[in-house]
Ligand binder design. Structure first.
Ligand code: ADE
Ligand code: ZN
Length: 339
């Protein structure tokens, strides 16, 4: 097999996307279209104006641009359009399976009913079956909101239990440890939902948060989580438990000086199931295949390493063993055909 990784190879490779915020797929074009449709003044009227606001250097400065933009999302149709636009791009990137995040509190807190958000997103995931994309919803709690707000959000979410695959935790990690939401996570897990949490890169308490998530809350995946390399015992635990780590290279390069590729390589070598994802592609200049390709270029990854990352994405997804095997076979066929 030629070891050269090309953009065509990363695009065609069958993959799962496990770390994707649907609100982070809001492209400037759609933002402006929805602003007009809903008569929302966002203070920008051209794509260049919108792009000029995209100045961030860390998680907090990114979130300060990210949340206000959501004001354009008002109706079920808006949420449908947002998800549909992403899902067509996922299909073009040969994403065969996606477990996507949504942030209900970012919408309910500004008066949008929970069911408007859920129904719009869910209908798009149903329609995406015709695109050959198997899409599921992960409901995230905003960790900088209160426990009480998370409790209410979980109650709402549980009314739609069959439309949600799991629970996540995102937003500003500073002084907001995973343990703050231990009870809500336990209740969600008892209801049969999968659980994952962001452990963003280079946070004040990164290692302590990773330790809480793995040892106490027993999450199945860590979103980002690559600071784990600083603690060999936790790396060993993650490998043993087959914990999925969902790394997002282009996102990392915006909120830190690096894509964290050395960490990804180290984790691959340690047998940890790390995968590559796009996080907020409309804001970080690249969808999932761009992330694979950028990482391969920057760190000289081989095709074998890229293929292992794609296999890890299916292996740590929340699907049956039978489905995993079918997708892994699909990868093997693709690799043979593109040797
Ligand atoms: N919300 C959207 N993207 C996020 C990220 N990378 N970390 C935390 N919260 C987010
Ligand atoms: Zn994220």
């Amino acid at each position: 097999m030629s070891s050269v990784v090309t953009p065509e190879f990363t695009r065609g490779l069958p993959k799962a996307e496990l770390h994707l915020h649907i609100e982070g797929t809001l492209e400037p074009e759609l933002k402006l279209k929805l602003a007009k449709r809903n008569h929302v003044d966002i203070g920008q009227t051209t794509i260049a104006d919108v792009q000029k606001t995209y100045n961030y250097h860390d998680l907090a400065s990114f979130l300060a641009v990210y949340y206000p933009a959501m004001n354009v999302l008002q109706t079920e149709e808006d949420f449908y359009d947002l998800a549909w636009d992403y899902l067509t791009k996922a299909a073009a990137n040969n994403v065969r399976h996606v477990e996507l995040f949504f942030d209900p509190q970012a919408h309910t807190s500004r008066g949008i009913p929970f069911e408007v958000v859920l129904n719009g997103l869910y209908q798009a995931t149903v329609d995406a079956r015709a695109l050959n994309v198997d899409a599921h919803l992960i409901m995230c709690f905003l960790r900088d909101f209160s426990k009480e707000s998370a409790r209410k959000t979980l109650q709402e979410g549980l009314k739609y239990r069959d439309k949600i695959i799991g629970i996540g935790l995102d937003s500003d990690e500073h002084n907001n440890p995973p343990l703050k939401f231990a009870r809500q996570f336990e209740e969600a897990a008892s209801a049969g939902l999968h659980i994952t949490t962001h452990c963003d890169i280079d946070q004040k308490d990164s290692i302590e948060h990773i330790r809480q998530a793995l040892e106490i809350m027993e999450v199945e995946r860590l979103d980002h989580g690559t600071n784990i390399v600083e603690d060999p015992d936790l790396v060993e635990l993650a490998a043993k438990r087959k914990i999925g780590l969902t790394s997002c290279p282009l996102s990392n390069s915006f909120v830190s000086p690096e894509m964290k590729g050395q960490e990804v390589i180290e984790l691959l070598n340690a047998g940890v199931k790390v995968s590559i994802n796009s996080d907020d592609p409309a804001y970080f200049k690249g969808y999932i295949s761009d992330n694979y390709y950028a990482l391969a270029q920057k760190y000289d990854l081989t095709k074998d390493q890229i293929v292992q990352l794609a296999k890890n994405s299916f292996e740590t997804s929340w699907i049956s063993q039978r489905q995993k095997q079918l997708y892994l076979d699909e990868i093997d066929h693709f690799v043979t055909a593109n040797a």
